[in-house]
Design a protein around this ligand. Structure first.
Ligand code: S3P
Length: 167
């Protein structure tokens, strides 16, 4: 398929950039977190606390499978942990062009400060959590993506224009 899929760490700007990119390209925008919340009729933090992370990860995989059935070209933002599962990596490849939005840990820390909606960052020091997850996920993002766009010190317009050059 020919979709554009945005992956990357929490706070990389996947949803914000995705919405703007989709608007400029005049295609629909979907966000896997929003789809999951709408289908489950629950907030992600409540899904985590009531059913656990594994259950949430199953919902992510299910959502990706549903997206494989849609033909109309879209911009798709996926949750930061979604590319970690092997099975999801295969689906991402089938969905279209995968764009990895990168940012330095210090930038992510600034953007994520005060966020209460992300259960994986709940425990302990924010900087340490970011570094731990970046270490675990960085190479996976690199491996899954065809295009890498660095977002530090760029405004949304610049980032959207950069992605448009590739897709
Ligand atoms: C997660 C990222 C979140 C959301 C969930 C878990 C993660 O999405 O899917 O809280 O494991 O990195 P964003 O990357 O859109 O914040």
């Amino acid at each position: 398929m020919n979709h554009i899929i945005l992956i990357g760490f929490m706070g990389a700007g996947k949803t914000t950039i995705g919405k703007r990119l989709a608007a400029e390209m005049e295609v629909p925008f979907v966000d896997t977190d929003e789809l999951i919340e709408a289908q489950a009729q629950m907030k992600i933090r409540d899904i985590f606390s009531e059913y656990g992370e594994d259950y949430f990860r199953d919902l992510e995989t299910l959502t990706l499978r549903q997206l494989l059935d849609l033909d109309e070209r879209m911009v798709i933002a996926v949750g930061g942990g979604l590319p970690v599962r092997r099975e999801n990596q295969t689906y991402l490849g089938k969905l279209g062009t995968v764009v990895y939005l990168t940012a330095e840990a210090s930038t992510l820390e600034m953007r994520l400060e005060g966020s209460t909606t992300r259960p994986v960052l709940k425990q302990g020091d924010l900087r340490a959590q970011i570094l731990r997850l970046m270490k675990a996920r960085g190479t996976i993002y690199e491996h899954v993506a065809q295009i890498k766009v660095q977002t530090d010190q760029k405004n949304y317009h610049q980032i959207v224009e950069e992605i448009k050059q590739y897709v």
